[in-house]
Design a protein around this ligand. Structure first.
Ligand code: HEM
Length: 458
């Protein structure tokens, strides 16, 4: 059929087996394919529906042709038409062309640095509130704490909601929805049969949508500094967003698992690199116990390099998916409309011609390199690149500045750190860390897990 290679066809199961492998551990899956087949391959040589393309040249090829390689998040989930779950998922990552451009234009003002900077106080307050539960000597699942913290910050900054009880309810629903939506059983049995995850997912989506609708109603005509108030009351020459569009975009910007995931991976890498940990705490010590001020977000150079390096090695959104909008000839091979095209920043960030010793966690490399947008793309590339990039970076740096000036964190001895996949790549079994005093001497104990495939660790 084609000269594009790929792993051997498995009778009966075919691409479905590969799909399950991919869902279980996308980063391992794509790395193996890249190591074996190079810059492009099919999942299954008998089925040209799934194409994987790797590296800067391929990223450029795909991301610079948004009319041919389109987004359609959740296409595979077969969501019922006109349902709450469909409306919740109809945000930017499902829109293309003029509609996408219109939404993005209306949303952009809410993500400008001048607006995002006004969220600094909420980030500080929520972090201090979270830390009031942390006690020296405790071992806690820091990933879970970070997810709660980031969701609370999101609810406050994106929706202007500050009631802890409401937050807890919405947070629980969002967490459940995420688990159900990414469960392989929901993808394999997408039918509303009571008791099945897909059915539960639809019910939870109904409840979330009701909560968001009420919030939207409360914002109409009222000035507010949260993202939802800005969106509800913003207009362009083509008008504002309809209620359904608002529901979709509101839910899109509320889901921030990637921020908590980034911070967890970063803390794991600091734990395994005591000299880097010390260097970053020395830099933070110049703040004399205060949170990183908003006007200095870009000024702590070492912190900036650590964050950059962390999302290079363990980008929480380590792969992207596009669909062919029409038949297309790709390097001499005729591909059909609808072909799924997978790209991976995780794989790209390991190209040794761009990043020397790519598996080493080396923040200092950022003093001398300036990769192109196709070589380094933790926040995506092209039309659909991350609208919340500046917000995420501000949040991560400010929270870290508070945590690391108060505690010396160390991973629980014997912890297993495996890559897991939800919407983002997360530490599969959580992140058990002990809260030590800054003056404590820490002996780094052994940990295990497939993290050792992703990065050279001690
Ligand atoms: C460290 C945290 C984050 C990372 C690593 C990240 C990464 C990404 C990536 C890779 C994409 C592009 C996906 C693709 O092309 O397939 C993306 C898109 C997007 N991100 Fe983020 N993101 C983060 C935080 C956030 C935050 C905090 C928000 C909102 C406040 C946000 C909102 C969005 C939206 C709305 C899009 C879709 C943009 C579009 O389609 O036009 N992200 N993000």
């Amino acid at each position: 059929m084609s000269q594009i290679k790929g792993p051997k066809h498995i009778p009966l199961l075919g691409w479905r087996y590969r799909g399950l492998q991919m869902l279980r551990d996308p980063m391992g899956f794509f790395t193996n394919l890249h190591n074996k087949y190079g810059e492009f391959c099919f999942w299954d040589p008998k089925n040209s529906k799934h194409l994987c393309v790797f590296g800067p040249e391929m990223n450029k090829y795909v991301f610079s042709r948004p009319d041919i390689f389109i987004v359609d998040a959740f296409r595979e989930s077969r969501l019922p038409r006109n349902s709450a779950i469909e409306r919740l998922s109809f945000g930017l990552m499902r829109l293309n062309g003029d509609v996408h451009a219109r939404h993005r234009k209306l949303m952009q003002p809410a993500f400008r640095s001048t607006v995002v900077n006004t969220y600094w106080q909420s980030v500080v307050d929520e972090t201090n509130r979270e830390l009031s539960n942390w006690q020296f000597g405790q071992t806690r699942d820091i990933n879970k704490d970070l997810i709660r913290l980031i969701t609370n910050i999101s609810l406050k900054t994106m929706f202007g909601v500050d009631e802890i009880e409401n937050n807890a309810r919405l947070q629980k629903l969002m967490e459940e929805l995420l688990i159900l939506a990414t469960s392989p059983l929901s993808l394999l049995v997408p039918y509303a049969i009571p008791g099945f995850p897909y059915y539960k997912m639809l019910k939870i989506a109904d409840e979330i949508e009701l909560i968001i609708k009420k919030m939207i109603q409360n914002k109409i005509g009222k000035a507010g500094n949260d993202v939802l108030s800005i969106l509800v009351n913003s207009q362009s020459e083509d008008g504002g967003l309809s209620e359904n569009e608002l529901i979709s975009e509101a839910y899109t910007v509320l889901c921030h698992e990637s921020v908590a995931a980034t911070m967890s991976w970063l803390l794991i890498m600091l734990d395994r690199h005591p000299e880097i940990y010390e260097k970053i705490t020395n830099e933070l010590a110049t703040l004399n116990g205060s949170p990183l001020p908003v006007e200095n977000i870009k000024e702590l150079k070492y912190l900036d390099n650590v964050v950059k390096e962390s999302v290079r090695l363990l980008p929480p959104s380590g792969f992207s998916l596009r669909y062919l909008s029409k038949d297309h000839e790709f390097y001499g091979v005729k591909l059909k409309k609808g072909t799924m095209v997978f790209l991976s920043s995780y794989v790209t960030h390991r190209y040794s011609n761009v990043f020397d010793n790519p598996l080493q966690f080396s923040p200092d490399r950022w003093e001398t390199i300036q990769p192109s947008p196709y070589e380094y793309l933790p926040f995506g590339c092209g039309m659909h690149s991350c609208i919340g990039k500046y917000f995420a970076q501000m949040e991560i740096k400010v929270i870290l500045s508070i945590i690391l000036q108060k505690y010396k964190l160390s991973i629980k001895p014997g912890a297993v750190i495996d890559r897991g996949m939800r919407v983002s790549m997360v530490p599969k079994h959580g992140l058990p860390m002990t809260l030590n005093r800054l003056t404590d001497k820490i002996k780094r104990e052994n940990i295990s897990g497939n993290i050792f495939e992703s990065i050279e660790l001690i």
